[in-house]
Design a protein. Structure first.
Length: 335
């Protein structure tokens, strides 16, 4: 009862809410730099070896497959009596420091690839630890929803910061000096998290209830669960949707360099200005998703979105600038 009382205090959650905003502000900001602006430097300025970059990308994105393994490790092993707190702190610090090191070794593609793998690893652990903490400590569904709102809020701000910095700093897209200044400036924005992240709070436990629950689940496990009539259909449908929803990873690195070449520097800068409205799009998409899910079955939503996503990916290559922006924002709402 004592722990429960502490968990439900307003000050406890206020501290964590602030931490969630900063964690995901930095988290999403770094990945915008990595996926949107680093590729332009590599493809259009440094003209690095495409095959080598593709191989390093493959290795880095493969780290995402370790997500269940990392979740299992975090669930099983406590650090100093805490189930999540120190995983968040350590992975957060590593995430930031690796990005800073990457910025100062950006011209070496091998170093970049090594740091990219470490960023995906530490970023995945940071994300898994934080969201697991929310599930663990939230006493009600409403507190979970509030926590995830602050995560979405931080992500939205994090997506806009790189866009502002790009528009302010990059006057000549082919100037290596401008790019170095952009990435050094971006690393400075990460420093506030290093002072805020240690304040994240969690109740210290002698024995993790997660392990007990897991053991209880295994002892009562039944093969009948796998024989659920619609399990195979649902699983197959889910895999197809995930493939389409995340297939942009296939061309995420060539995508922004492609836009620069297709539309030219002036329209590309205009496109970056439009991206500032990510903040509004993300908030709007959350409200739309909540509204639709209450009225339409998730299965029907998935069946509708799969062809829409696939068609938009194809249309990207043939539409003009105005149509491209329209389809781009439709896709952001769909995803």
């Amino acid at each position: 009862m004592h722990n429960s009382k502490n968990i439900t205090t307003g000050s406890y959650f206020n501290v964590n809410y602030i931490s969630y905003v900063f964690i995901y502000l930095v988290y999403s900001s770094i990945f915008v730099f990595l996926n949107n602006y680093f590729p332009i430097l590599f493809f259009d300025v440094l003209n690095i070896n495409r095959i080598m970059l593709a191989f390093l990308q493959f290795l880095a994105y493969s780290v995402l497959l370790l997500r269940p393994v990392l979740a299992s490790i975090i669930d099983k092993y406590k650090i100093n009596g805490y189930q999540r707190k120190y995983y968040i702190i350590f992975s957060g610090y590593i995430f930031i420091l690796i990005y800073i090191l990457m910025v100062f070794s950006i011209t070496n593609i091998i170093s970049f690839g090594f740091f990219l793998i470490l960023i995906f690893l530490s970023g995945t652990m940071l994300d898994v630890s934080t969201k697991s903490l929310i599930i663990d400590i939230s006493p009600t569904n409403q507190s979970k929803k509030t926590s995830f709102f602050f995560i979405a809020f931080g992500q939205s701000i994090g997506k806009t910061i790189p866009l502002f910095l790009y528009l302010i700093i990059i006057n000549d897209v082919y100037s290596i000096y401008s790019w170095n200044l952009l990435f050094i400036t971006s690393s400075i924005f990460l420093l506030p998290l290093m002072s805020i992240i240690p304040f994240i709070r969690e109740i210290k436990q002698e024995k993790s209830p997660i392990i007990e629950n897991a053991e209880g689940f295994n002892s009562s496990y039944s093969n009948d669960m796998i024989d659920y009539p619609n399990f195979k259909k649902i699983f197959t449908l889910f895999c197809i949707f995930v493939f389409f929803a995340f297939s942009d990873i296939i061309f995420v690195y060539p995508f922004f360099p492609f836009l620069l070449v297709k539309f030219g520097p002036n329209k590309f800068n205009l496109f970056n200005f439009f991206l500032i409205f990510y903040f509004l799009i993300n908030i709007l998409s959350g409200f739309i998703a909540t509204f639709i899910i209450k009225r339409i079955k998730p299965k029907k939503i998935i069946l509708i979105l799969i062809p829409i996503i696939g068609i938009i990916y194809v249309l990207y290559t043939i539409v003009d600038f105005a149509q491209f922006n329209l389809f781009y924002y439709i896709l952001q709402l769909a995803l």
